[in-house]
Design a protein around this ligand. Sequence first.
Ligand code: ATP
Ligand code: MG
Length: 198
Amino acid sequence: MPSRRVGLLGGTFDPPHSAHLVVAVEVREALGLDEVRLVVANDPWQKSALRRVTPAGTRLRLARSAVGDVPGLSVSDVEVRHGGPSYTARTLRSLHRSEPGTEWFLILGADAAARIDTWHDADDLLDLCTLVVVDRPGTPLRLPLPSGSPSPERVAVTPLDISSTDLRRRARTGRSVRFLVPDAVAGMIAAEGLYLRD
Ligand code: ATP
Ligand code: MG
């Protein structure tokens, strides 16, 4: 049986937005992946040291409503179930054990790719998955990998200058997030009063 090809888009998703979804859909199409999963970080340790991160359960619900029933997209709670700080290398090792025979593609925006050398067990990642890098408006592409590493896949996606940081600021200052996030996410942000304070 040919192996399943699954893409992972890891993130804080605080909140998930339209650029996350466009990246997931377009990478899936470009590489012919069976599925792309949004992997919600439990404790994004590099961020939680710097700002208040929304509880993982809320971010998981936001991600599930963002994805809805779009074919080929899903949300993974594997890091939330593990608990503690989220390390992508550990997540991939656990996925290799639970889903043997799957080929894993780790999707990174240019800003995340530029910091990959600061990740826990970064060297192991290359043995565990194929890296897929997409451009992000305003971020030059730089991928600090050891020399001799396999070159990552690059996928051209529709450039969208949307960030969760900007969306949190919009919500806090009473500006609209409409169309930058799926309607269901905008509805949850309003109904639950998310992002009203820093
Ligand atoms: P924050 O501003 O809080 O860091 P974010 O918008 O960067 O939020 P993350 O959850 O940090 O969202 O990102 C998850 C993944 O999606 C990362 O690999 C990131 O590079 C990628 N990504 C996020 N926004 C974009 C975008 N507009 N274009 C391309 N990639 C993106
Ligand atoms: Mg980010």
